[in-house]
Design a protein around this ligand. Sequence first.
Ligand SMILES: CCCCCCCCCC(=O)SCCNC(=O)CCNC(=O)[C@H](O)C(C)(C)COP(=O)(O)OP(=O)(O)OC[C@H]1O[C@@H](n2cnc3c(N)ncnc32)[C@H](O)[C@@H]1OP(=O)(O)O
Length: 210
Amino acid sequence: MTAREWAGRVHPAGPWEPDPGPMPVPGGAGFGDMIDALRELQDTITGAAPPPHLVEQATRALREVSAALKPHTVPEREQITGHRMDLRGRGQTMAPAFVPDEWDDSRVSGRVTFGRHYLGGNGAVHGGAVPLLFDEVLGRLANSGRRVSRTAYLHVNFRRITPVGVELRLDAKFEREEGRKRFLTAALYDGGHVTADAEGLFVALRPGQP
Ligand SMILES: CCCCCCCCCC(=O)SCCNC(=O)CCNC(=O)[C@H](O)C(C)(C)COP(=O)(O)OP(=O)(O)OC[C@H]1O[C@@H](n2cnc3c(N)ncnc32)[C@H](O)[C@@H]1OP(=O)(O)O
């Protein structure tokens, strides 16, 4: 079974349920730990000012890990990152890990913390990372229990700085559907303040559309 087929069987009705059941899990139980270690590494490297000898040592160690993993490169369908719906952030590090707390087919509410890796400047999250998070969460909600869709547009308003290293809340809502068009909204909160909000259009793909 490919990782993509596994993801479909574990979550036939929607992408937020965390129970993989008794099926064999691609990458094993420790895959999430490896991804968490990678997140930690990204944050640590971003925030570090190490001496040159340590930079060389770290570079060697990183190249060794890459060389060990490279022979296990697989086609996209068998790729584990992005397909492990039981893991925080689908087992990928591109976007910060969204942790859903409550959900149904029309809304989801959860928590997210942007690590140092996502710093833009002066303690604020990079302006490209916030839409990345919205696209991830709205995309998953748009496809929750429905035919696959893709983002046609994503409008993001930056209301205040989004702070790095602070646990934030994200609420997302499926507003309405018109034919193949799905309209969704979301807002990101730091305590009682909205730091950014978004509106997205997701268009359901026709058969054969990539
Ligand atoms: C389980 C895994 C979870 C994954 C979570 C992560 C999800 C991440 C989601 C993504 O990021 S997807 C990647 C980013 N998006 C893309 O790469 C999409 C690229 N664009 C396309 O593939 C096509 O443009 C698209 C599928 C969106 C639409 O093309 P189509 O040829 O299928 O549709 P068409 O152009 O006929 O438009 C259909 C309707 O949508 C409307 N529409 C399309 N694009 C629009 C737009 N940009 N603005 C306003 N309306 C738009 C269009 O006017 C029309 O409205 P009407 O039906 O009322 O006539």
